[in-house]
Design a protein around this ligand. Sequence first.
Ligand code: ZN
Length: 423
Amino acid sequence: MPSCARLIRSACLRLAVALVPALAGLPAPAQTGDKPAIGPAVAIGADLASQGGTTRLTLTLSRPVEARGFVMERPDRAVIDLPEVNFQLESGTGSRRDGLVQSFRYGLFAPGRSRIVIDLGAPATIGRIETVTRPRDGAVLLTVPLQRADREAFRKAAATADPAPAQARSTPPEPADQRPLIMVDAGHGGTDPGAIAVGGVFEKDIVFGFAQALVEKLEAGGRYRVRMTRDRDVFVPLADRVRLAREARADLFVSIHADSISAAPQVRGATIYTNSEKATDVESAKLAERENRADAAAGVDAAEAPPDIADILQELTLRETRGFSSGFARTLMGQLSPVMEMSGKPHREARFVVLRSPDVPSVLVELGYLSSKHDLEMLQSPEWRAGVTGSMAKAIDLFFTNRATLSRPAPTRRSAAVAPVLP
Ligand SMILES: [Zn+2]
């Protein structure tokens, strides 16, 4: 389908061009818009093709979605229900006419639900809706075949249309919990103690206590769903921590650590790390290396390297996620500085395995150094912990408030052209 290939390429380029200026300056990461992989799937193409008595509508999507279709009479329409989809289609896409399709509309139908309504030029029924992944770039093609039918068959199909959509309209299902999901990652655990302080205190215990206090603080605020990568003293491989966050579709991943530098007991203060192939400095690179050895410390194979990012949508997602991660790191720095001692350069980058999610903004906080007597005392003080978890919760509030106000439309020219989608 050459026209489709052209469309995805040009649409992607437009998306890329739109995002580059926002990413280059990184003033406020939320300005880069909705997160494609965490938020709704993005539709970047819609093509029509007819052959014989069949017209196929093919959507080009950033990832698979579940679709269901039914037909309605007077006027004759085919309706495709989808989970929320971010339609980034050329203006005029829906006014194309081809075969059985006279025109179509698309857009958000209800919270979390999108819909395509196709005006039929002749009675038609919906065949098997198919989804295939294009190997070349990972784009997902969702094809809806409309098959010419006689009036009688069409009427019957309309009458016996799956009643679920109609029911859903009159009694909407209990809305899912839409609150952002925070994944709190207490470093190390079980067979991997992490750093060990002079008095024999383990990093895994210090950071677990802190993580629990943070979870309690966030849950008490009621604004978030909160989960932990480990809820007890157990070893969890680094790759599993990443997988847990991605599978839960977390909106933010916060990893808690407390390092030790035995050679430099004078080094103190907190540092916030974000992921980057290139480390800010040798010290950060070494720290990441130490933390990345957690799997080996527990006797399992080291985490595999992430797959190559070949696809442009993934590339955009990754860059956007990095922007969000850095934005959150800066917000966190602003909130933590007044309540705790920060290291000389409080935001640094290095190659941490646990920060590798391409689609979950992730930071790793080194709370302090177990090698510093001063830091160790602080880390064990309940008052200190209450103050710092409170400031972290505030930073998380700010991060999501900014995202909500900045990334919500202002409809773009393209989506503004979309009228309400009513059948
Ligand atoms: Zn650690």
